[in-house]
Write a protein that binds this ligand. Structure first.
Ligand code: ADP
Ligand code: MG
Length: 464
């Protein structure tokens, strides 16, 4: 790291340290370096993908806030790794023997360029087709994505992927984007969530830059729009997206891919004409993986992350976590971090103990917003209903903001969904609350202790 990078990273680290335990700091952040930073991007260097996975899953808001504070603005975050990725080593080894030296050079060079482009449009390197395990639950969706990647705009348009949380929608979309860029690094691939689309749209109205906003999306060759269920109830964003959608569909060869946790017709408050447009093309469902697929996924990830696990432990995890691949990964990471700290053997009994909170509540529920409201209200000794109301005494306002903050950190809900769950507040209010709580944690020891305590309560397994 250059000196200025060291300095910037030190500042970022110190803000993170104010919000996470010392153990977390040592285990996950002390091994990170700042590799590159500019006006739009920041690239961190980690030993391997486990770090990226763990940090993104657990500390993304903390990290993003720290980056924003130190650099004075948001940056797109990417990781690169010191250890080589075992999956990406394969294709090189398998290069056909008979290629001429010239061709060989081209073949080596191309992936690098497309990887850079992919990272710059926000596609995660972990989410490639190569690392996606195909099983009976997802083979149709996978095949549809592969077909679209091969002939964007000419096969299934739009492609609509739906399925429950953690079943691989985002992974497939990114994979499709990577494939397209591999074949055509110059293609304008745009990946965005409907929540980002909505936020950018609101900003564009605010600072009169709608024309620019529209150009950006309408210039896309391939528009990947994730989690469109967040459009529910947002009429103006829907309207705007409808126009973008039509503009792209009307131009030759442009491709739209959408994902959602529900089929279009089941998304509440989604305009009828949008539903019917979305159903024009092909709809593909992702279902929960069967046992064999779960085992295959665990084995693949264990290899990818260089985790050694006995078959009986893998089977045990696959047997007990059934509905969500993200949770399978979470369990694996938990076991891996144990393995990396304790040199001793990990046996089935230990594994079971380590995973108690993953296994107890299959059905896969993480903490919910009402649960957070209940616990936070009890902690601050206010009524749960006060959190949803308009009263402003300090104690209530504080509890409300803290509950919003945890809703953002611990559930997958968008700012707007959180606002809705807190008596119909708008997304700006929630964003402001989250920032304030984060800020107070940095400044006031007392608040930090309260938040740490609540964090423990909300994430620790309950006695069962
Ligand atoms: P969704 O967008 O449907 O909520 P994601 O695409 O984010 O789910 O997937 C959650 C996690 O599970 C990701 O880390 C992803 O890589 C992984 N995952 C999901 N399905 C598969 C699969 N079939 N093979 C490998 N990894 C998968
Ligand atoms: Mg997703």
């Amino acid at each position: 790291m250059s000196e200025s990078h060291t300095l910037i990273w030190k500042q970022i680290e110190s803000l993170i340290a104010a919000r996470v335990s010392r153990d977390t700091m040592e285990r996950w952040f002390s091994n990170i370096d700042l590799f590159r930073v500019d006006d739009t991007d920041i690239v961190l260097e980690a030993p391997n993908q486990i770090y990226q996975f763990w940090i993104e899953t657990n500390y993304l808001p903390v990290l993003s806030d720290a980056i924003e504070t130190v650099l004075g603005g948001r940056r797109r975050l990417a990781f690169q790794f010191r250890e080589r990725d075992p999956l990406s080593e394969k294709p090189e080894k398998r290069l056909p023997q008979a290629v001429s030296p010239v061709k060989k050079r081209v073949a080596r060079k191309k992936p690098k360029r497309s990887e850079e482009v992919a990272a710059s449009v926000g596609l995660n390197y972990r989410y490639r087709f190569e690392s996606f395990v195909v099983g009976s639950n997802n083979e149709f969706a996978h095949a549809a994505c592969a077909a679209v990647a091969e002939k964007p705009g000419r096969t299934y348009n739009p492609l609509f992927i739906y399925g429950g949380a953690g079943l691989g929608k985002t992974h497939l979309m990114h994979g499709l984007g990577h494939e397209i860029l591999k074949a055509r690094p110059g293609a304008n691939v745009v990946y965005i969530t409907s929540e980002q689309f909505t936020n950018e749209f609101i900003e564009a109205i605010g600072d009169s830059s709608l024309v620019k906003f529209r150009q950006r999306y309408r210039a896309a060759d391939v528009l990947l729009i994730d989690d469109i269920q967040f459009f529910a109830g947002k009429e103006r964003s829907q309207e705007e997206f409808f126009h973008t959608f039509n503009a792209l569909c009307d131009s030759n060869g442009k491709q739209i891919v959408m994902s959602s946790d529900l089929p279009a017709s089941k998304i509440k408050n989604l305009e009828k004409r949008l539903v019917s447009r979305f159903e024009w093309g092909l709809t593909a469902e992702l279902a929960a993986p069967d046992t064999e697929t779960r085992i295959a996924i665990l084995k693949r990830k264990a290899k990818e992350w260089r985790v050694k696990l006995d078959c009986d432990i893998i089977e045990f995890v696959a047997e007990r976590i059934r509905n969500n691949v993200r949770r399978l990964e979470g369990a694996l990471i938990r076991l891996a971090s144990y393995g990396s700290m304790n040199k001793g053997e990990l046996d089935l009994k230990n594994a079971e103990r380590l995973l108690v909170d993953f296994l107890g509540d299959e059905g896969g529920k993480e903490v919910t917003i009402p649960e957070i409201q209940k616990r936070v209200a009890a902690f601050y000794d206010v009524r749960q209903s006060d959190l949803l109301g308009r009263k402003r005494p300090a104690q209530i306002a504080m509890a409300r903001q803290v509950a919003m903050y945890f809703s953002r950190e611990l559930t997958g809900a968008s700012y707007q969904e959180i606002g809705d769950a807190f008596g119909g507040r708008d997304h700006g209010t929630v964003m402001h609350a989250c920032r304030r709580v984060a800020g107070k944690c940095r400044e006031l020891e007392k608040v930090r202790r309260q938040v740490d305590h609540l964090h423990g309560e909300l994430t620790e397994p309950v006695d069962r």
